[in-house]
Design a protein around this ligand. Structure first.
Ligand SMILES: [Cu+2]
Length: 114
């Protein structure tokens, strides 16, 4: 027979509080993008239509990059050597261009929702 240890209970409570939102996020379809040499790779991301999804950008450029779409409006600034992600709302089937704000000429791509 063990009496509940308040310290253990508190730890379990906080662990659950942190784990729940992480689990909810982990269920989203996730697509990785890399920014390197002023370009994105891959340049085309095929995502499921009418479904929330997450884009995870790793920036291997020497400087910062900003992933941007105008429809829907999304901006994600990533420091060099870092990875950050952004969640997209459900998209209707179609093609949605994206670009790198800091390498506008070369960093271009598209999201295709099917
Ligand atoms: Cu911008």
């Amino acid at each position: 027979m063990c009496t509940p240890n308040p310290r253990w209970l508190r730890a379990a409570f906080w662990a659950a509080l942190v784990a729940l939102p992480l689990a909810a996020q982990a269920e989203l379809p996730t697509f990785s993008l890399v920014a390197e040499n002023g370009r994105f790779s891959p340049t085309t991301l095929e995502v499921p239509a009418n479904t929330r999804f997450k884009i995870e950008l790793t920036n291997l450029n020497a400087g910062p990059e900003e992933f941007e779409t105008t429809n829907p409006m999304k901006e994600l600034v990533v420091a060099p050597g870092s990875t950050r992600s952004t969640v997209f709302p459900p998209l209707k089937p179609g093609t949605y261009p994206f670009f790198g704000e800091f390498h506008r000429e070369t960093a271009q791509g598209q999201i295709i929702a099917r």
